[in-house]
Design a protein around this ligand. Sequence first.
Ligand code: URA
Length: 435
Amino acid sequence: MVMTDLIAKKRDRLELTREEIEYMIREYTGGGIPDYQMSAMCMAILLNGMTREETLFLTTAMTNSGDVIDLSGLEGIKADKHSTGGVGDKTSLILCPMLASCGIKMAKMSGRGLGHTGGTLDKLESFQGYSTSISEEKFRDNVAEIGLAITGQTKDIDPADKKLYALRDVTGTVPSIPLIVSSIMSKKLAAGADIIVLDVKTGSGAFMKTLEDARILATEMVHVGTLAGKKTAAVLTDMDEPLGYMVGNALEVKEAIRVLQGEEAGHVRQLCLELGACVLQLSGIADSPEQAKEMLASHIADGSALDKLADLVEAQGGNREDVYHPERLPLAAVQRTVICRENGYIAHMTADQIGLVSMHLGGGRETKEDVIDLSVGIELKKKVGDPVKKGEELAVIHARNEKDAARAEEELLACYQFSETPVTPGPFIKEIIMG
Ligand code: URA
């Protein structure tokens, strides 16, 4: 097989075979196909798309490029969750302990934030001592013993995606549905769970800016997961404004703890119950969404979900008491109140721009090598639809110094649009797709 023939085939809108796709991924991962040829292939895929079969072959070839974690020896139902990324998304910190407290084994490999989006691993490092790089053996042991592990992907999991994602990042080929589906699903398939629930975001803070694109992405991911033998569901949710009230690593952990203590935190609790209900239904533990949500809520009410988060922190090297004393988590040196400069209603808050304000404060990375400050971020006091008055508190900036805080205040105010008339936000949960 010759890579130039495969590029020409995709350029001419012809379908690649399983053998051709497997050859391409094997050779690219092993160094036998250079980046410039793979870039041409990614651009041809971005422009001409892939059939469902091609996407499935690409996904499984990528999964098989490295280790596939075998959880079959562990008793119980193993589940995993993935979010397509956004601002203020602390869902995993709540959902995983909540499901683990219901008896589901949560085996989760997470990522770090990049650009305007946050990452679960960075957030978890707000717990001093928490290790985000445990071995596969420890990962499996923790899932078996406490029902829960959240770690980074080891270098041996999906090496094809590591190379391909870095290449796509610098060749304008990230926003391609087959490439996103195969990138996300290949990692999920390699992590070994039986059930996969996907939180597909749509809006200004998401990869998929329109509901239509998010629906296509979600449908394709559910299809690939199901064909690969996994029970898969996707929930399409709003990411037009940040999720909840906190944006920034330690701030989001504090909000997650509050949700595990019973708070709503905007839509955060609702989202966790919805995602959790999908898992409990797919696992056969609950017969209806209502029953599932009741079960999940009872594990919040009796404190067992919060205790699971403490178990996780302890099992991965942190101090479980920090979960019960969030005041011990990193706190920024400066808190600056942002005052509203007009009367009316909040019509829009640009989520990706708010994510960038947090990044500029030091809470995110512009390059993978940047070191982040876990304490900084933004505490929103109002959300879309809320009435506001001149002089009222709109947000609190958590910054390293006054200079950063003053700059962030101006950047943050530019993210808001106000209306003189009442604003009704659209539905938060847009659709649920069950495989
Ligand atoms: N997240 C991934 O892991 N891969 C993509 O291609 C996009 C989002």
